[in-house]
Write a protein that binds this ligand. Structure first.
Ligand SMILES: [Zn+2]
Length: 229
């Protein structure tokens, strides 16, 4: 559906793509799993759901932004959410949890704690992409779960998957707090997102908020030429 035909600020949670096509009785319907609405309520309560005119890391503009650190500042929310991610991969033989900086550090730690395995993180490499530092290692026999906070275009997850591939390790899947692509981004592996939202995005040249001269806000830390000072 073209973005222009969507409501400006569509936040009705879409049916979670991870729940489709799952046979009854599987772990996906475990009573301990959080519903999309329960996770959305945690984001709302934390003030993490922002409305306005935002420049995303991808360069697209959006009327909504998820400031995940407003959720992650509450350890009890981190425990709740990461326990749910851990439960979705508990039978997959994970022995390392890997996340991209910065949010992925917190998530990898807590998901790893829940699974009783190592939790490590991948940092930005000077020449682009990501790499393991600080003595962290991955071996071919490792079974790796990649975790990240917000999935928009999937860039940071792909960079982290590259780290796993370069190590020759086995990828078990990807666990995400919130998929704001509405389920459009995939990685060819098991993907579990606790919250799936279909949030409209615009390319800058057709952005109706730009047309209305609504001031553009840059969130996060990923730099973009349009807002470089
Ligand atoms: Zn705009």
């Amino acid at each position: 559906m073209p973005a222009s035909r969507k409501p400006l600020f569509l936040l009705a949670p879409s049916v979670s793509h991870v729940q489709e096509g799952i046979a009854a009785g599987s772990v996906k319907h475990d009573r301990h799993m959080l519903s999309n609405d329960q996770v959305l309520a945690i984001f709302r309560q934390s003030g993490a759901l922002l409305e306005g005119h935002f420049l995303l890391a991808s360069g697209a503009h959006s009327p909504a932004y998820l400031e995940k650190f407003l959720v992650l500042q509450y350890p009890e929310h981190v425990v709740t959410l990461c326990t749910d991610i851990a439960d979705r991969f508990r039978n997959d033989g994970v022995d390392v949890v890997l996340g991209p900086t910065t949010g992925g550090v917190l998530l990898a730690y807590e998901v790893a704690k829940q699974l009783g395995v190592r939790g490590i993180f991948a940092e930005r490499a000077e020449g682009g992409g990501r790499e393991l530092r600080r003595g962290f290692t991955l071996a071919p026999e490792n079974r790796v779960l990649v975790v990240d906070d917000i999935l928009t275009s999937g860039g940071s997850v792909r960079e982290t998957l590259d780290v796993v591939a370069r190590a020759g390790s086995q990828l078990v899947g990807v666990g995400i707090l919130a998929d704001r692509s509405g389920g459009k981004v995939g990685f060819g592996t098991k993907l579990e997102a606790l919250l799936t939202l279909d949030v409209v995005q615009y390319q800058p040249d057709v952005c109706p908020l730009c047309a209305k001269q609504v001031p553009l806000t840059k969130r996060g830390t990923t730099k973009h030429p349009a807002v470089e000072k």
